[in-house]
Design a protein around this ligand. Sequence first.
Ligand code: APR
Ligand code: ZN
Length: 243
Amino acid sequence: MKVFVSKHKHRFQNITAITGAGISAESGVPTFRGTDGLWKNFRAEELATPEAFQKNPKLVWEWYLWRRNIIESKSPNEGHKALVELEQKHSNFFLITQNVDGLHLQAGSKRPLEIHGNIFINRCVSCDYQSKELKIDSKNLPPHCGRCNSLLRPGVLWFGESYEELKLNQSIFRMQNTDLLLILGTSGAVSMPVYLAQIAKEAGSLVIEINQEETPFTSSADLFLQGKSGKILPELVQEILSV
Ligand code: APR
Ligand code: ZN
């Protein structure tokens, strides 16, 4: 790591990180596909799709309230905090996360681009009402919008839904203007981060991946750091910030 960073550091003007569930694993938030992965116990098709919500909004809400409860009891780990330090001390850092757990915000990241949304947002299926503060009554599911009485849904992207155009364009633009891309704790099981990493690579960015195991990113990464992000990422950030 030391040799790699000191050799290329002069190029690290614009740094971007893409994070996945692996960065929250050490906070105790189950990943999606690991041995304790969330999907292991549920079929995604049953829960995180517009069709599932259409068919049984109460069941989908029960699952999301269960997930909110798990996440509310967790806190950011050293990996999240290292990215906050990088944002504070490096002149041009941008964070894109697939995670909906809000732990980057809780750690102090100012502007994480939550491309899959945020599990604590409640939004109306019809009007533009949305709120993080609204407390959902688990005995009165599914909740309805106070403005137009349509159903409320969790403010997350579901399988089969398309990405918000603005977030997608922001991410693509950023990939075209990045000198160093950090890919942190994501399996590449969904295509978006793989697509973004290709754009960055083609635009000449260096790529460093941190993961416990090899992924579709690993073969094209300039540096693969195998292990836990909570341990490796703080060391990497110190190297990058060391003058
Ligand atoms: N440190 C680093 N990497 C880790 C750690 C850790 N402590 N723990 C797990 N990982 C890695 C795993 O090896 C795996 O590659 O994190 C990755 C987690 O992969 P997934 O569970 O597939 O999560 P993610 O890549 O974020 O999934 C992407 O898929 O289901 C959708 O919307 C959901 O945002 C999610 C997307
Ligand atoms: Zn409404």
